[in-house]
Design a protein around this ligand. Sequence first.
Ligand SMILES: *[C@@H]1O[C@H](CO)[C@@H](O)[C@H](O)[C@H]1NC(C)=O
Length: 288
Amino acid sequence: MKVVLVVFCLIMSSLMMKGAQAGDFYRDFDLTWGGQRAKISEGGQFLTLSLDKYSGSGFQSKNEYLFGRIDLQLKLVPGNSAGTVTTYYLSSQGPAHDEIDFEFLGNLSGNPYTVHTNVFTQGKGNREQQFYLWFDPTKAFHTYSILWNPQRILFLVDNVPIREFVNKESMGVPFPNKQAMRIYSSLWNADDWATMGGRVKTDWTQAPFTASYRNFNANACAWSAGKSSCASTTTTSSTTSSSDVWRTQALDANGRQRLKWVQKKFMIYNYCTDLKRFPQGLPPECKK
Ligand SMILES: *[C@@H]1O[C@H](CO)[C@@H](O)[C@H](O)[C@H]1NC(C)=O
């Protein structure tokens, strides 16, 4: 009996560890386009995407996830990155897809990147919020996280919440909680709209443009064949390990204050205050 218990505990703890294990780009991702422009090195710990006149590049996770906390460190294209867009998002498939987006819009040297965010539910987006950052995202790696649990989505930059999308299904606003999503990232040319509304074009004499990635970590519920990797542990374990905090995480007073600070100082667009765009009234999730 004792032996059985020990073996059971070992299996359970290794299952729980799995969610917290540091990522390996070789193991966790497929390089999906751009050929040699997407590269993994340092034994799976480092990844670069590049863009030239002929093509961009991208990768996607092997797993699909239904809820989780995804952390990824990025160092964005330095120098004159105008016209380039680096994306990092979660998306399900199909016409009524769900999507949680980070997009980094490049700029002329010395001008700030724009962080564009959006949330799609059942194929419908139109929920853009945009921000500047409080640091130069091309000088060093910074951590960009998506925390997604059944109650809310949080967008975090170096653990500072920049956006919260709360589950308001009770008000008839769809929330992404039924479709599993993959993690995607790409670097591509979008100089028809990205920088200053498309007025500044990509300077191809600066190509190739390169963005770098490291320290991928998914504390997430992998979804496969209709089953969640989390199902067994959520119902049976009464103690929550620190890697499971995301499952019920909400903003505390400090988080709320930091979110306010970002929205006050660094927010450049918020669909929730764009009355011109919604003359019939703001979307229901925007009401306080
Ligand atoms: C680029 O820099 C200009 C000037 O500072 C700024 O208005 C703009 O929002 C920045 N970002 C993009 C993506 O154009």
